[in-house]
Design a binder for this molecule. Structure first.
Ligand SMILES: Nc1ncnc2c1ncn2[C@@H]1O[C@H](COP(=O)(O)OP(=O)(O)OP(=O)(O)O)[C@@H](O)[C@H]1O
Length: 609
């Protein structure tokens, strides 16, 4: 039994070994098949490579072939190009040769042209010199003509001035100058728009040497221009000296025996006091905004100080004649005349009321008027500045230092000149004719005041009402009641009256009330009276209403007599004051009519001759 078991086991073992071998063989077969497949793949790859290598070789062969073809083509083209370059070189050398020839030719030609140019320039220079000479001689001739023309023009002007002066001498004539001042803060109008306050000061007045043009602008309507003509018009840029230079010639008439009056007319704030006195006050006085003691610049002096200097200069030029100069200062306030150089009985308050009378011989006089004898212009101005501060002033909405009275400074020159005495005789007969004018009654003021009452109702007049112990005094003061005994008999007297009128004003604008309102009414009425007198003279009416106001009565000789009168119209250029400016310009034009009529008649006479 055991034997059978061993055999079975051997057999099984044998089978098992064989199966193991078989499995090993099968695995080996699988490995070999795998290797075979791999070898197949490699073989296929190698075959592919080999095939591609063949194709590359064929391509390389083709490329080589093409390269060889290209090389042969390039060689051919290069040959052709070389041939062309050769040709081009040939052409270029030919062109260069032509160019070189051309340059040589041009150089030759330009040389010739330069030579011609030099020749032409030389010719031109000689021609230019001739022309220049002829031009220069022409210019010299023209200049000579111009000088001659200027001389003729100057002589003509001189002749015209002489004729004008002759006319003035024959009749008490009036000439009108106009001065338009610069725009000032008081010209500004403040109006409130919806957002802000607008300040404007539009200029509506423009000037030339002898005309004033006013742009009358009315809301919504086209502007109308009005032109006024005067003997001389000064613009805002004209200085005090320029204004005086035009006035100065009139002063020589004083020594020829004529009375002279220079009067500033205009609305309040238009520059009358500035023009007549100057804005700076007496030299050396402290000015607003300037350190104490600084002198006022000379060119700020107005007509009165400059006229005083000129008068003494004229007198000193005539040493053979003896002259005596006296000064009086009068204020016409509320239609009353006040003697500003007088002192009351106790030697205190200055400014006694005086009357104006018409003397038997014709001219008006102020009895008991105080005259001060003066020997120099500074002495005159010392007196005038001392009393000018007594003048009534009142602040208004238009002008903070508005003068409420008319100021009349009179310089009386007494002379023993035979020429003046001869003239005096001639003028006396002329005056007798003027006396034929009938007289009107005095305009009776509503507010007459007794002597001694305060002169000024509205203003602060501490000096005017000073106590008797006041330290106020005038240099060399000596009151001479009229008739003036100090005056030598047989002397011929002429008067220089310098008048700073009070300004006309519109009550609505100045906003005055109470006593100031009465002052305004008096000022406006006296200015109306002045205008009426000029109107009557211009129309040559038989009656001239001098005595309708104290102002015209006082100035009777100056306005209508034998005096030479110069009205200096003072005008503000601003739109705000246009109606007052038009009124003043109208006054000036009316005053000139008097002058024009005389000239016209004289011209006719000349023509008839
Ligand atoms: N030509 C000018 N150049 C510069 N400032 C001027 C000129 N004219 C007037 N002014 C100035 O205008 C202001 C008013 O002038 P001014 O006092 O002379 O007026 P007015 O006409 O005398 O006035 P009123 O009649 O009210 O006295 C002053 O401050 C003055 O200095």
């Amino acid at each position: 039994m055991s034997l059978f078991i061993n055999q079975d086991q051997n057999f099984a073992h044998q089978v098992h070994l064989l199966e193991h071998k078989l499995r090993s063989k099968e695995e080996r077969i699988l490995e070999l098949e795998t290797e075979k497949a791999i070898l197949h793949l490699r073989l296929a790859e190698c075959l592919g490579r080999l095939r591609r290598g063949h194709e590359g070789e064929a391509k390389a062969k083709t490329l080589l072939h093409h390269q060889r073809e290209a090389q042969s083509i390039t060689q051919l083209t290069l040959g052709k190009l070389l041939a062309e370059v050769q040709n081009l070189k040939q052409v270029l050398s030919e062109i260069f040769a032509v160019y070189a020839n051309g340059v040589a030719e041009l150089e030759g030609q330009s040389k010739q042209i330069l030579e011609k140019l030099d020749g032409a320039r030389a010719t031109l220079n000689s021609c230019h010199g001739d022309d220049l000479q002829s031009l220069q001689s022409h210019m010299a001739a023209l200049e000579r003509d111009l000088v001659e023309e200027k001389e003729r023009c100057r002589a003509e002007k001189q002749r015209r001035r002489e004729i004008h002066n002759t006319l003035v001498e024959l009749r008490g004539n009036i000439r009108v100058h106009c001065r338009v001042r610069p725009v000032l803060p008081l010209d500004q109008v403040q109006s409130c728009s919806s957002q802000s306050r607008v300040i404007s000061s539009e200029e509506v007045i423009h000037v030339s040497e002898d005309t004033v043009l006013v742009n009358c602008i009315q809301n919504g309507n086209p502007a109308i221009n009005k032109v006024f003509e005067f003997e001389r018009v000064h613009g805002p840029e004209d200085s005090q000296n320029v204004v005086f230079e035009e006035v100065k010639p009139l002063l020589t008439s004083l020594l020829d025996g004529y009375n002279v009056c220079i009067m500033a007319y205009g609305q309040t704030g238009s520059g009358k006091t500035h023009t007549m006195m100057g804005s700076q006050g007496p030299p050396g006085s402290p000015q607003p905004g300037t350190p104490q003691g600084v002198s006022s610049p000379g060119d700020q002096q107005g007509i009165i100080p400059q006229a005083a200097v000129e008068l003494f200069r004229l007198i000193s030029g005539k040493p053979s004649e003896s002259h005596v100069v006296e000064v009086s200062v009068v204020e016409v306030y509320n239609n009353e005349v006040f003697d500003l150089l007088s002192l009351d009985g106790e030697g205190g308050a200055p400014g006694q009321r005086r009357d104006v009378i018409t003397t038997a011989s014709g001219p008006s006089e102020v009895p008991f008027l105080t005259y001060e004898c003066v020997k120099s212009a500074p002495e005159v101005m010392q007196l005038v500045w001392a009393v000018v501060k007594l003048r009534a002033r009142c602040p208004t909405l238009v002008h903070a230092h508005s003068s409420r009275s008319h100021l009349v400074v009179t310089l009386t020159v007494s002379s023993n000149s035979p020429h003046a005495l001869a003239l005096a005789r001639r003028l006396k007969s002329a005056k007798q004719e003027l006396q034929r004018c009938p007289r009107t009654d005095f305009w009776s003021p509503r507010c007459r005041r007794a002597n001694g009452a305060p002169r000024h109702a509205s203003a602060d007049h501490s000096a005017a009402t000073a106590s008797p112990s006041s330290s106020f005094s005038f240099p060399g003061h000596s009151q001479c009641p009229s008739p003036r005994p100090s005056r030598a008999q047989g002397l011929f007297r002429t008067r220089l009256q310098l008048v700073d009128l009070a300004g006309s004003e519109c009550v609505g604008m100045s906003g005055v009330t109470g006593a100031a309102l009465w002052e305004t009414s008096c000022i406006n009425r006296s200015l109306c009276a002045l205008s009426d007198v000029l109107g009557a003279l211009a129309e040559q009416r038989p009656h001239v209403p001098y005595r309708n106001s104290k102002l015209t009565h006082l100035l009777q000789d100056a306005i209508g007599g034998d005096a030479k009168l110069l009205v200096m119209l003072c005008i503000s250029p601003a739109q705000r004051f246009i109606s007052e400016s038009l009124q003043s310009l109208g006054f000036g034009s009316r005053a000139r009519q008097f002058h024009k009529q005389v000239s016209h008649r004289k011209n006719n006479n000349l023509k008839q001759k």
